[in-house]
Design a protein around this ligand. Structure first.
Ligand code: NOJ
Length: 762
């Protein structure tokens, strides 16, 4: 005990250093070595156990038993699902009663904000704004740490190309390049430059790996793909997060090449640790160790040994490690060395967080009142939410609306706090969110009028509603008949200057275990739209959803259309800002929107195939459908503005790229419309000929630029050899000599083009 105290004091002296330097590593090694010498095998295994007591935030179907007793016995390495400094202090006090007083990690699903909730990650990705996204993670870390949390299960960086999958809502969309930039920004935001500061938290990259490629978009389903596709399109964002210094990784539920990620040695050891050099710890997803029994890999003891041997360090909730590893050790199925390695990695994370210096570092009952849900954080939430809105249509420049006017506000999401935050807002309070009704009312002057009517239910299907409403009512089926609701809205709308309809998905229609096989717009809402159309009044539609949905009818009926993800605490103010022009929308879609479910998977960086269609019409013996076009309904990167941006031609400073000097491409963009605005300028490259078939285009750069009305700016992109690299058949990451097409423009389908060549110097 005395040694422990001495060590604790000596560590105080250097945890104030700004970053974790080599010197720190040496001291950490020494400290952990000494500590581990004192640990029994039970205590080491205890560190590998992550529990959730279940009296707070429930994010799975199993809760841990005997938590308090286990903490005191040294059987617990970390806790998640508890809320507030009082409970966290109580748990840490229990850990301080254990023999070696090893502090606990306190985890939480801080996914898109903590109590101040930002748009769902799918939504914030529409901003294409890395500074904003990083700041959102910074604020989330500040708030979470003020409440005692030191570890977040974020960022989720899974690539999503199938909108049927509900967890699209938690992703940054379909593209590996954009996803990688966002992953890095999130890690920087959470972890800052010094993990031991009391306002930075450990991040956990998830779900490693390929979780987004679940077959048929059904959550937790099998994944199966070629290694080239894996390396090229799915793995980069995980790698980017790790390169940015993420301290932990969460293994995914799915299997890869037949072996569940949680027990996949190739994935966790060869790729993650050996090839990528990851030196943090890997935690399983919720009961994922136990789930390998259902995957058909053996009994609990077998799968637990499999996971440890594969490189998994911490077992979330399932207690397979806790209850079987000692037996496996005695039977020679795992080695003490492996248990030590896992234990060491977890202790290192605690050390880096400064918890051995002060186990109560993150626990301060005075912080929440000053740091959580502050006015400043709310202002930021409103700003990022406005920047996450995508304008899809604006007939006759109906938007922005100008007051004074009489508005008929309608739709089941227009005045509904319970659906503003979106999925995975487990620490946000829906009651503290601003509805669209309140947001518009607060913005409108007293000489404007607004009447709200619900208009219809999110869905009329009571069984569907029951499935969605597991954690509380999100789809409320009105007692009134559809006819009554429609009539009420119709009466109000006929005398209005403009109708604003707020439609879409309830928050839990996306998220975990919320896959949909049918992405049609709910029939109840289409009925409302058709009835609104009959009034002949200008019709503005805002669609809030957690995934791409089929928008053809809505696009046809609406005069103006905005699409966005669930926007969080300040949803109402943000929508009002966009509708009334306080913010000129600049969001761009980060997933391709299909025309129908049959086109899925559909993504912009597709390959040409050997039989590409020559135009848009059906051609026999070409790669197309009899009943639908190949093109998507809306392309990746799409989004309009209240103003217009005109692109000039691309100029290159030289036509040939050598190894050392990048090509500089420049393009002039002019704001020729009526408003100031931001434009996300996108840069794509096509490799015409390769040793393997290459996509028609790949995003390689983007810039968000602000242009005043009438202003002209020249934007430059540097193209280097790195931008041309891809994985060849040997999985080498190479740039091959040859001809390329450079494309720059406003979305992946509307681009200026120029050719260049790459010739390495001999
Ligand atoms: C299961 C989810 O897949 C994961 O994303 C989450 O972090 C854990 N549950 C903990 O809540």
């Amino acid at each position: 005990m005395k040694i422990q105290k001495f060590l604790i004091i000596s560590i105080c002296l250097f945890t104030t250093f700004q970053s974790f330097a080599q010197n720190d590593t040496k001291k950490m090694d020494k400290f952990i070595k000494k500590l581990m010498k004192q640990m029994t095998i039970e205590e080491k295994i205890g560190q590998l156990n992550l529990v959730t007591p279940g009296d707070g935030i429930l994010t799975g179907s199993v809760v841990s038993k005997g938590v308090e007793e286990n903490i005191e016995k040294g059987n617990v390495g970390g806790l998640f699902g508890i809320h507030g400094p009082e409970k966290i202090r109580k748990a840490q006090n229990l850990a301080m009663k254990s023999r070696l007083k090893i502090p606990l990690l306190f985890g939480s699903d801080v996914i898109h904000g903590y109590e101040t909730t930002f748009p769902i990650p799918f939504g914030t990705s529409f901003s294409w704004d890395l500074n904003l996204i990083e700041k959102s993670a910074r604020i989330a870390a500040q708030e979470a740490s003020a409440n005692g949390i030191n570890w977040t299960f974020s960022p989720m960086v899974d690539i999503a190309r199938d909108p049927r999958w509900g967890r699209v809502a938690e992703t940054a969309g379909e593209d590996a390049y954009l996803g990688s930039q966002i992953a890095k920004a999130m890690v920087r935001g959470y972890q800052g430059d010094d993990l031991s500061k009391n306002n930075t938290i450990l991040s956990c990259v998830k779900h490693f790996a390929l979780y987004g490629a679940a077959e048929a978009g059904r959550d937790y389903n099998t994944t199966d793909m070629s290694k080239i596709k894996m390396y090229q399109d799915y793995l980069p964002p995980y790698k980017a997060a790790i390169d940015a210094g993420a301290g932990s990784v969460m293994s995914s539920f799915n299997d890869i090449d037949g072996v569940p990620a949680t027990g996949n040695k190739w994935l966790l050891n060869n790729l993650l640790r050996d090839q990528w050099g990851f030196n943090g710890f890997v935690v399983s997803d919720y009961t994922a160790v136990n789930e390998m029994i259902s995957h058909g890999l053996g009994d609990l003891q077998t799968v637990s040994a499999l996971a440890l041997n594969a490189g998994l360090d911490m077992d979330m909730v399932g207690e397979g490690f806790l209850t079987t590893l000692k037996k496996s050790l005695s039977e020679g199925k795992v080695s003490e060395k492996q248990i030590d390695a896992a234990c060491r990695r977890i202790l290192e994370a605690k050390y880096k967080l400064g918890l051995f210096d002060d186990p109560f570092r993150y626990i301060d009952e005075k912080r929440p009142a000053n740091e959580i849900l502050t006015e400043e954080n709310r202002r930021f939430a409103r700003n990022i939410a406005a920047q996450s809105c995508v304008l899809l249509k604006n007939k006759n420049n109906l938007l922005p609306l100008t007051a004074p006017l009489k508005i008929s506000l309608t739709g089941p999401l227009a005045n509904d706090k319970s659906n503003m935050l979106g999925t995975w807002a487990v620490t946000g309070d829906p009651q503290k969110s601003v509805t669209i009704y309140d947001g518009i009312r607060n913005l409108l002057g007293s000489n404007s009028r607004m009447i709200y009517t619900k208009g219809c239910n999110i869905s009329d299907d009571s069984l569907f509603a029951k499935h969605v409403n597991v954690f509380g009512t999100r789809i409320e089926i009105d007692k009134r008949s559809n006819e009554e609701m429609l009539k009420e809205t119709d009466d109000v709308s006929r005398s209005a200057d403009a109708i604003v309809a707020i439609l879409g998905e309830a928050s839990e229609m996306s998220g975990e275990s919320a896959s949909r096989s049918n992405l049609d717009f709910p029939a109840s809402q289409i009925r409302l739209l058709k009835s609104l159309k009959k009034t002949g009044m200008p019709l503005v539609v805002v669609v809030i959803a957690g995934r791409p949905i089929i928008l053809d009818e809505v696009m046809e009926i609406a005069d103006a259309l905005i699409f966005t993800g669930h926007l969080g605490t300040e949803a109402g103010g943000a929508i009002a800002d966009v509708l009334f022009g306080n913010y000129n929308p600049s969001g761009k879609l980060t997933m391709t929107f299909p025309r129908n479910v049959g086109q899925i998977p559909i993504y912009y960086n597709r390959k040409n195939t050997g039989r590409p269609q020559s135009g848009v019409e059906f051609e026999k013996f070409k790669s197309n459908y009899l009943d639908v076009a190949n093109s998507p309904f809306l392309p990746f990167g799409y989004g309009l503005s209240y103003t217009n941006f005109e692109y000039g031609d691309i100029q290159l400073d030289k036509p040939i790229l050598n190894d050392n000097e990048p090509i500089t491409a420049s393009i002039t963009i002019q704001n020729t419309g009526r408003f100031n605005g931001n434009e996300v300028v996108q840069m794509y490259i096509r490799d015409y000929v390769g040793s393997v078939s290459r996509p028609l285009k790949e995003l390689k750069g983007f810039q968000k630029v602000f242009l005043k009305q009438g202003e002209k700016k020249t934007i430059t992109f540097k193209i280097s050899k790195e931008d041309l690299k891809f994985y060849n058949s040997n999985l080498d990451y190479v740039a091959e000599e040859g001809d390329f097409k450079l494309m720059i423009g406003t979305n992946s389908d509307s681009l200026k083009e120029i050719n260049f060549s790459y010739k390495p110097k001999q």
